[in-house]
Design a protein around this ligand. Structure first.
Ligand code: CTP
Length: 128
């Protein structure tokens, strides 16, 4: 069984997120999403509209997502990859080459982002 993992905040779930998850799941049998906690978002200077519990509820309801785990720190990735026997690590290509240090442990796949949509964009439009 091929296992994949990806990371993110996934606030105000949108079609860019769903497409990313669909493409990731099409390459593995089991997809884990490490979802940034509210505390970790604070460290990243990000405030999400939905809290962790709601973001987890929404993500878990997507058919491409098999498991949601918390992302608490920047440096948990090697630990997660080992713990869950991850075969493929997926990231949006805005992070291209930033995670090549995981290459000894698993395959790294950078997926292109969907153009014209982001949680930040939705928030800015709603605030207009
Ligand atoms: N993603 C994507 N296409 C988009 C937006 C996000 O493929 N248009 C992917 C990101 O590359 C990442 C995952 O979805 O792998 C979660 O991204 P996240 O940063 O939570 O979403 P954004 O909408 O980019 O949020 P923000 O505007 O807060 O940065």
């Amino acid at each position: 069984m091929k296992i994949g993992i990806t990371y993110g905040t996934f606030d105000i779930l949108h079609y860019g997120h769903v497409r990313l998850l669909k493409r990731a799941k099409s390459k593995v049998d089991f997809l884990i999403v490490a979802l940034s906690t509210d505390e970790f978002n604070k460290l990243k200077n990000k405030t999400s509209f939905y809290n962790y519990k709601i973001r987890k509820e929404l993500l878990s309801s997507i058919k491409y997502v098999d498991k949601v785990i918390p992302e608490n720190t920047w440096n948990q990735k090697i630990k997660d990859v080992k713990k869950y026997n991850v075969d493929v690590f997926f990231m949006g290509d805005d992070w291209k080459d930033k995670f090549n240090f995981l290459k000894p442990y698993c395959e790294i796949v950078y997926l292109s982002r969907t153009k014209g949509i982001s949680s930040t964009y939705i928030k800015s439009k709603i605030n207009q």
